[in-house]
Structures are given as structure tokens and as C-alpha cells.
Write a protein that binds this ligand. Sequence first.
Ligand code: ADP
Ligand code: ADP
Length: 201
Amino acid sequence: TPIVEIKHLSKIFHTLEGETLAVKDFTLTINQGEFVVLVGPSGCGKSTILSTLAGLIKPSEGEIKFNPSKVNKKPSIGYMLQQDHLFPWRTILENVFLGLEIQGNLTPETKKRTEQLLDMYGLGDFKNHYPNQLSGGMRQRAALIRTLAIDPEILLLDEPFSALDYQTRLAVSDDIGSIIKKEKRTAVMVTHDISEAISIK
Ligand code: ADP
Ligand code: ADP
């Protein structure tokens, strides 16, 4: 069943330098449980598509329909950006609780589930560490767990491995790919790296 229908999406940015056509007539249907990877060179409009899906940018033309079969009920969306954006003054545990805190949904149950995610992905022993005490790969996994903690119906990943060196990237993309597939979570990932797109699928 379709969870998102993007129809004829276009986005024009107006700036002092003039207009940029960032996305032109983009149409895509994403089904429940599907893992979609969008690949293309830098500047082709991938991030703009994700930000529009996340509701951070308004389309210039076209429309996005959520859950078209359920009268446009908007699903919860988790958005993981290129940089890990962990707060350096918060421990890993305080960081991964952040999304739940913002939602006002930090309960004993959601706390427990999030701590289980940390254990599951090898960060249990590091929950009281600060981000700068962890490796790049571990920080990236913490950022993913923070996004997963809110249990989003759709997961958006913008170049999630770009900040990592080659070896770490292989390990983490393997992890993240299998996490998403195991959970059958609906996800959209964008990358400029075709080999990454192929290896994660
Ligand atoms: P990608 O993610 O594929 O690298 P983007 O979606 O970031 O591409 O950008 C697509 C085009 O839109 C680029 O030419 C970029 O410079 C432009 N662009 C993106 N965001 C903005 C913005 N907020 N204001 C003006 N131009 C933008
Ligand atoms: P990855 O980034 O894929 O987790 P790394 O090569 O960065 O792999 O780290 C390998 C292992 O080394 C980690 O899983 C962790 O157990 C350990 N490690 C990495 N950084 C630290 C650290 N700052 N303190 C303690 N152990 C660490």
C-alpha cells in the first residue's frame, strides 16, 4: 500500500542571485515497508526532495499525499541529516532521548526501548559518554538511534555516511541497511555515491 505519493513536485528557490530550479516535475510513489534510494550528483535536488517530504520546504508546484488510502493522515517522519548533529554537551543517552523529549513522549517505556536500541547496536556501554569520546561510526549510529527512538513511520536519510571514512562507511552502511531491512521500515535515503546505493540495497 502506498504511504506517500509525490506528484509532479517542482521547487524553485528565489534568491538575490535569481531563481534556481532545484526539483523539476518529480513523481514517486513509496509503498509501506519499502526502502527507496535516490542517487544523483551533488546539486540535483535530492536534499530538497527530502526536506519537502519532511515538511520543511513548501513545494512550488505539485503535491505530496500521505497515506492516500487513509484520508491524508500524516505519518510521523524521522529525518537524519548529513552531519550527526549530536549535542556535544549531552551524553549519548541524553542525545538519543532528545527527539522523544521534544515530542513530550519521554516515558519509562520509550526510555527503555531506546536503551534497548543502544544495546542492540553496540552503544550500551557508551551511553554515559559524550559524543567526542566516540568514533565517527559510533556517533553516526547514535544519530540513527535518536531518529529511530521516535519510531517514525517514515525514515529519511540524507547522505548518512558522508562524514565517515571509507572503512567505517562500509561497516556502518552495512549496519544501517540491515537495521532498516530487518524492521521493514519505510525509508528514503539519498546519496551521490552509486556504489553506496548498490551496496546498501
Ligand atoms: P542535492 O541534495 O542533490 O545535492 P539540493 O537539493 O541540495 O541538491 O540542491 C538543489 C539545487 O537547489 C542546488 O542548485 C542548490 O544550490 C539549490 N538550493 C538548495 N537549497 C536552496 C536554498 N535554500 N536556497 C537557494 N537555493 C537552494
Ligand atoms: P565503527 O566506527 O564502525 O564503530 P571503529 O573502528 O570506529 O568502528 O571502532 C571499532 C570499535 O572500537 C568500536 O565498536 C568500539 O567497540 C571501539 N571504540 C571505538 N572508539 C572508542 C572509544 N572512543 N572508546 C572506547 N572504545 C572505542
